[in-house]
Design a binder for this molecule. Structure first.
Ligand code: B3K
Ligand code: ZN
Length: 884
């Protein structure tokens, strides 16, 4: 909590630590009222740090019971207790510092440090939670070998876990059990973990490429023991994939995963003891949707991959967060692409990037992939650091090619194993292994904002020459008015009447070796560049930004006919989807104008025809077709409208009108696909079944937008479904397009049937939070009083309030301001309970500059938050930067 204005931490002020902690011995006495933590830190002065004997250990909300130096009690005048640290002076070069602290995990609602989740103890230390456990050099560049002893009442806490290997289990005279865990790999404190509770586990194994047998365990509450199969399979697949694709072998004999209900994010990669939010590990057809199954696979993989990209090689400081997160997201995206459909995965990632990361990059919290300053590091676990960071790694992969990229990755891991390093070290390894110069490319790490490419064409019929002129720019972001040009790999092809044309760039020798010369990647590295293609038989349609080769916005003035050609005929799956999106954006904008001038909406027949053609194209994978038919989201349309111009009601009505027109025009084809794709077999989270259900849900949405038939089919689907995916997609259609009489009974029925399953209830809350009807705000308030709602549980808060603010634009942005007020009130309450969640929840209010006619209302709520007593640094940072 804040007394004075929280300070800003700057990358430029980085200093190596004055001391290193060679070994860390921790002893925990877990109790119901108090937990006593005794630490023994084997300290050694750092030759690279400043040479004074001064040491400032981080510590927060701790009660210091005793402190000793080399066995002798330290008198109070030998140290200074500060608000968030313990200062020691005149320390020898080498010493043993022991501290006894008392903490109360049962009162820790921030879910950072050691805390209680239901009946168990668990930890979350990244980024700076360890300092809530004991005084320590709580920074990632201090790596230490940990030995952890836990004493606890075995009847309450039969399972006692920490990192590394279990060395000893003893029964103490007090009746408590004592366990000792030792982790041989030096690690920073943020990777420390402890779990104690009444847990069951499933066990399997994995034989590594060098033949070592690894025991794999997933610990859960007894009631969830049947929901671990998918996560276990995903873990084994991830381990194999990381060996094959990145040459990374697992390094201990045991790998544990624990599921906890109260968790601030998805999961945490603590060394050999990953802790997961239950929502990101448990899977069952009645509680987990298809998307949920895919997410579990991706998150299990992500956390596992951190064992190398994050744990063995970690970050020097938190400004380097993307070093581990961007790289690991890139790795998990590659894994998911290899496990399923590469194009669909790419489309999903781009959808997230465009609708949310681009908005972040255009908002008051915009920051580079490697930020230069922060007030609260927890505010920087962002889409920019994760998703844009992964795009930056992907561009390096594109620029180097797969082999040189792998060589760079091998070099990086080999050179820096056991070290805490920087993004610069990663780029250097990539440069050295490939011989490529990435000097200018580094701008992606230091400059915020989404670059814009304005592309135009000219055609010289006589010469058969086609010129693409590319201009790049990047809007100003906080603290960065001017930007230097980026290196932007621009994947392209040229589409002719009979398919993609052979490419010959002026001034380049034709490459006879090249089998596929219909695709190339242009290097855009200046503000303005021309690329001339020669020897063309006809004026082509350019297929631009293939595979979404760079995280940029691209403008090209396509005719609708050309977009239809790309949509049906281009070789690149991403461009096919993107052309459908661009077409839809134009059609929706046109309808929005018609409605604004009081006219009847007329949807371009070309668009309706294109939709029919897509539906009848047997060559398209149903999952891809579902993506192509899905209209751009209201959030994305608002983002495209730009600052001061987003009119959520008009966007909603126009999008609805287009849905209804497509649904009406294509009714027969939609119903036919809907019927054909019905899955007869029992539920399986297989690619084929997931694709079928996804396209069926898309068809059902259009049919319901157009009239009663869709609602009838949705009622049937709801009753017949053997899985939550189809139950929820039916309920969504009924509650978004039907009348109260259509959805009320099934909504109640769902709760009657699945009210005992927390994860199902969370999705039921989330669905109701998205309903576009007039009663939405009242409904959300009512559900906040529901016995299943708990403000202390982040999953509940995210499901109900986060979903409302983020995915119900017409109601969040109501002209009467009640949506904003609701969010402000819960953020104010959460500020005192769980600042991390409070600050995250706040994001939709920070976009006030976008919403026409609403900016004052939104600002007023932010101002009220700014005036709150005891504002946490987390909320303070977001509110103050948003109001600037
Ligand atoms: N590294 C954690 C995130 C920690 C967030 C702390 N506020 C999970 C992940 O990215 O894998
Ligand atoms: Zn991560």
């Amino acid at each position: 909590m804040r007394d004075a204005t929280p300070g800003t931490i700057h990358l430029k002020d980085y200093q190596p630590p004055g001391y290193l902690v060679n070994r860390t011995e921790l002893h925990f006495l877990l109790g119901e009222e108090d937990t006593i933590v005794t630490s023994k830190l084997h300290l050694l002065r750092n030759t690279e740090g400043s040479s004074s004997g001064e040491l400032e250990l981080d510590g927060q909300d701790l009660e210091l019971v005793e402190i000793r130096l080399d066995g002798e009690i330290l008198e109070a005048d030998r140290y200074e207790l500060r608000e968030a640290s313990l200062l020691l002076r005149d320390l020898p070069e080498q010493c043993l510092l022991s501290c006894v602290t008392r903490i109360q995990p049962q009162l820790n609602t921030s879910l950072e440090g050691l805390y209680r989740s239901q009946t168990m103890f668990c930890t979350q230390c990244e980024a700076e939670g360890f300092r809530k456990i004991t005084y320590y050099l709580d920074r990632p560049d201090v790596m230490s070998v940990f030995t952890v002893t836990i004493d606890a009442d075995a009847s309450r806490y039969p399972v006692l876990l920490s990192n590394g290997n279990l060395e000893e289990t003893t029964l103490l005279p007090s009746g408590d059990t004592r366990v000792v865990w030792h982790d041989p790999f030096p690690k920073p404190s943020y990777l420390f973990a402890l779990v104690a509770g009444q847990l069951e586990h499933v066990e399997d194994s994995f034989v590594t490429c060098s033949g070592r047998d690894v025991t794999l365990r997933i610990y859960v509450e007894e009631k969830d023991i049947d929901k671990c199969g998918h996560a276990m399979d995903s873990l084994q697949r991830s381990m194999r994939w990381d060996e094959e694709r990145f040459g990374r072998e697992y390094d201990l004999d045991i790998f544990n995963v624990v599921a906890v209900d109260d968790f601030n994010m998805g999961a945490m990669e603590n060394k050999s003891l990953n802790i997961f939010n239950t929502s990101c590990v448990l899977c069952d057809p009645d509680t987990t949707t298809d998307v949920g199954y895919q997410r579990v696979e991706a998150i299990v993989a992500h956390e596992y991959f951190h064992n190398w990209s994050g744990n063995r090689v970690t970050c020097r400081d938190w400004f380097q967060l993307s070093l581990k997160e961007g790289f690991t997201v890139f790795r998990d995206a590659e894994f998911s692409s290899d496990m399923g459909s590469r194009t669909v995965k790419r489309v999903e990632d781009v959808t997230l990037l465009r609708s949310a990361q681009f908005a972040e990059d255009a908002g008051p919290m915009a920051h580079p992939v490697r930020p230069e300053s922060y007030i609260e590091i927890n505010n920087f676990y962002t889409l920019t650091v994760y998703e844009k960071g992964a795009e930056v790694v992907r561009m390096i992969h594109t620029l180097l090619g797969p082999d040189a990229f792998r060589a760079g990755s091998d070099l990086y891991f080999e050179r820096h194993d056991g070290q805490a390093v920087t993004c610069e070290d990663f780029v250097l390894a990539m440069e050295e292994a490939s011989g490529k110069d990435l000097s200018q490319f580094r701008n992606w790490y230091s400059q915020a904002g989404t670059p814009r490419l304005a592309v135009s064409e000219s055609w010289d019929e006589d010469a058969g020459a086609y010129t693409l002129s590319v201009a790049q720019s990047c809007p100003p972001t906080p603290g960065q008015a001017e930007k230097k040009p980026f290196v932007i790999p621009l994947g392209i092809g040229l589409l002719g009447d009979a398919g993609n044309l052979r490419l010959q760039l002026e001034g380049e020798e034709p490459d006879p070796e090249l089998e596929d010369n219909t695709h190339t990647v242009l290097m855009v590295d200046q503000q303005q560049q021309d690329f001339v293609f020669t020897g063309l038989p006809e004026k082509p349609v350019p297929s631009l930004l293939r595979g979404f080769s760079a995280p940029v916005r691209l403008d090209f003035d396509y005719s609708r006919e050309d977009l239809c050609r790309l949509m049906s005929g281009d070789d690149d799956g991403f461009v096919r989807w993107d052309s459908a999106q661009t077409l839809a954006v134009g059609v929706i904008a046109e309808v929005q104008q018609q409605l604004a001038s009081g006219g009847e909406p007329v949807v371009d027949p070309l668009f309706l025809q294109a939709s029919i053609q897509l539906l009848q194209d047997p060559s398209l994978d149903p999952a891809m077709l579902a993506e192509m038919l899905t209209l751009p989201s209201e959030n994305y349309l608002a983002e495209l409208a730009g600052e001061g111009a987003a009119d959520v009601d008009a966007i909603h009505s126009a999008r609805r009108a287009v849905q209804a027109a497509v649904g009406g025009h294509c009714a027969q084809a939609l119903e036919q696909r809907y019927r054909e794709l019905r899955v007869e077999e029992a539920y399986a989270a297989s690619g084929a079944q997931i694709a079928a259900r996804s396209l069926r849900a898309t068809c059902l949405t259009y049919l319901a937008a157009a009239g009663e038939r869709g609602l009838e089919l949705a009622q049937e689907q709801f009753s017949a479904a053997d899985n939550i995916t189809e139950r929820l997609s039916a309920l969504r259609v009924l509650s978004h397009f039907g009348k109260r009489a259509d959805w009320e009974q099934p909504m109640e029925q769902f709760y009657k049937d699945w009210g005992h399953e927390t994860l199902a209830v969370n999705q039921w809350l989330a669905l109701q939070a998205t309903m576009p009807d007039d009663a939405a705000v009242a409904r959300v308030r009512h559900l906040m009083e529901h016995p299943d709602f708990d403000i202390r549980n982040p999953n509940k808060v995210r499901s109900l309030v986060g979903t409302f603010a983020g995915q119900n634009p017409v109601n969040f942005h109501r002209a009467d301001g009640t949506g904003y007020r609701l969010l402000r009130q819960i953020v104010a309450e959460l500020n005192a309970i769980n600042p991390q969640i409070a600050s995250r929840l706040l994001a939709p209010l920070t976009k006030w500059r976008y919403y026409s006619g609403r900016a004052d209302l939104m600002r007023a709520e932010l101002e009220q938050l700014a005036a709150l007593d005891g504002l946490s640094p987390d909320v303070f940072e977001v509110v103050s930067k948003s109001l600037k």
